[in-house]
Design a protein around this ligand. Structure first.
Ligand code: AMP
Ligand code: MG
Length: 499
């Protein structure tokens, strides 16, 4: 009997396996009984140097579902720790995921190819190692929407149904997500290396992370400190971007915060509709720890755990190391505030003047607007398109005024905004530019739910329609009006984790 050679689907080059021994366990995916490709991101496949037809062939699908590793793949389950809802799990790791390997893409960027839902690993604890079709399509949809919103994120290459049932509250069709990331290094990876007490491992991880993500830190006096600062800066920009599109991650544990600054792990996430800083969607977030308005503070909390993990590399004694790291940790707020202000200014068409006095003025203008949105339960996403419409003097049906209950308060704010814009208020370029960064379509909770419900019983048409809308988010298109409107139940929406 001859055994067919594994297919050559990607040109793998696996630096993590080569250089980071101690942080992974070699492992194989479970065999899926009847794999079926549900969605393939062809543009991303091409970016990774793969042939679309080869990925669609049975050997390609078997590779994407984890049943048969392609040539050059060296599948491993990655080790990491994590503070989950504030308490530390020293040994978390990929319980149901595998890093297949790395590919240097067409643009010269190193990308991880990773599978989620590919079976139990030594890190699985009580879990079954599996994932259901709904949540994997959800990650595919929301991460691709995020990418289209020009917000750093992991990407989704494919979702493959396994042909097997997974037991959740009911029996659900199983699936595997093939995910692409600039890496899967997390704050939790550093916690794991640090907790191991093996300083050489922590040093190797730090050098690896610097080389891969923040190479400018190599030449710093204290590279570990420079790495911390670079991660903090990337996260400040990332979280400001989430806040500017009303994204609620839902599970900002340290194992779900990347070193690269990409959004990762779309579990119980949601886009808030009516503006409310207390908005929480996750079924397990009882205290509202990861509510919309808490996200910047929680990111800083997670980054403090990164700093703690790096202390042994920052100075010989803990006290001196902490004295060096603390000012950087404290620089979170000015960095975050500046990033958020820049995003919100752009959303409102406000030019940057360079006059520091304007920062205070604009911060107040924006805070007052958010106060109005909150008081009148205004749909955050719709507001910014409507505001551009107001500047253009479009007809009353699209004017932002129609979104408010307190019309006097809106009129007063509008007058202040116009005054701040000055000549730009009447320049048609202002609303046009606003429309290039304020989305018409986000993955609205009701639409996502409807699409996933249909997909779970085999009808992928609503899913593809929604995917089409949210991956071209800035362009209003005829026939997609329902996907631009808030849901019937507003923000009464619950998401589930680890499903
Ligand atoms: P998450 O909440 O998705 O970030 O996952 C937290 C941890 O739980 C990670 O270590 C996952 O690998 C693990 N995990 C989640 N779901 C499962 C599952 N069904 N089987 C095994 N491990 C899981
Ligand atoms: Mg996770």
């Amino acid at each position: 009997m001859s055994v067919a050679a594994p297919p050559q689907l990607f040109a793998f080059d696996n630096s993590f396996v080569r250089e980071m021994e101690g942080l992974y366990v070699p492992w194989q995916g479970a065999v899926a009984p009847a794999p079926e490709l549900l969605v393939l991101n062809e543009a991303l496949a091409v970016e990774l140097g793969a042939e679309v037809a080869a990925l669609r062939a049975p050997e390609g699908v078997a590779a994407l579902v984890g049943s048969a590793p392609p040539a050059g793949a060296e599948p491993v389950a990655m080790a990491y720790s994590g503070h989950q809802f504030g308490s530390l799990s020293p040994r978390l790791g990929d319980g149901r995921a595998l890093l297949l390997g790395e590919v240097v893409d067409a643009g010269g960027r190193r990308r991880d190819l990773h599978l989620k839902g590919s079976g139990r690993t030594p890190f699985a604890r009580g879990g079954d190692g599996k994932a259901a079709v709904g949540p994997m399509l959800r990650e595919h949809l929301v991460s691709e929407a995020m990418h289209a919103l020009v917000i750093p994120t992991t990407r989704a290459l494919a979702v493959v149904a396994t042909g097997e049932r997974v037991m959740r509250e009911t029996a659900l069709p199983g699936a595997v997500l093939a995910r692409v990331a600039s890496s899967h290094l997390r704050v939790g990876t550093f916690q794991y290396a640090s907790l191991s007490g093996d300083i050489a491992l922590l040093q190797r991880l730090t050098d690896y992370a610097i080389a891969r993500h923040h190479p400018a830190a190599t030449d710093a006096d204290v590279p570990a400190l420079a790495l911390f600062e670079a991660v903090l800066d990337a996260q400040a920009k990332l979280v400001a971007q989430w806040m500017s599109v009303a994204f609620v991650h839902g599970v900002m544990n340290t194992d779900n915060m990347t070193i690269s600054g990409e959004t990762i792990d779309y579990g119980p996430c949601a886009f808030m509709e009516a503006f409310d800083p207390a908005a929480t969607f996750s079924s397990i977030d009882h205290g509202g720890r990861y509510a919309y308005g808490m996200q910047p503070a929680l990111a800083q909390w997670d980054l403090a755990r990164l700093a703690e993990s790096l202390l042994p590399l920052i100075a010989d004694d803990t006290e001196s190391a902490a004295a060096l790291a603390t000012p950087i940790l404290e620089s979170w707020w000015p960095r975050y505030d500046a990033a958020f202000l820049a995003r919100m200014r752009a959303k409102l068409g406000i030019p940057v003047s360079g006059d520091p006095g304007d920062d205070e003025l604009d911060t107040t203008l924006i805070a007052d607007l958010l106060g109005l949105l909150r008081a009148d339960h205004v749909d955050f996403t719709s507001f910014f398109r409507a505001a551009a419409s107001t500047l253009r003097g479009d007809d009353r049906t699209t004017d932002a005024r129609g979104l408010f209950l307190n019309l006097a308060a809106w009129d007063a704010w509008l007058a202040r905004w116009r005054e701040r814009l000055g000549d730009a208020a009447d320049d048609p370029a202002t609303p046009s530019t606003m429309d290039t960064i304020n989305p018409v379509y986000i993955p609205r909770n009701h639409a996502v739910e409807d699409a996933l419900t249909a997909a779970t019983v085999g009808d992928l048409a609503p899913y593809h329609r929604l995917l089409s809308a949210v991956t071209r988010p800035f362009e209003a298109r005829a026939g997609f009006e329902d996907l631009a409107a808030p849901g019937p139940d507003g923000d009464v929406y619950v998401t589930y984790c680890g499903t």
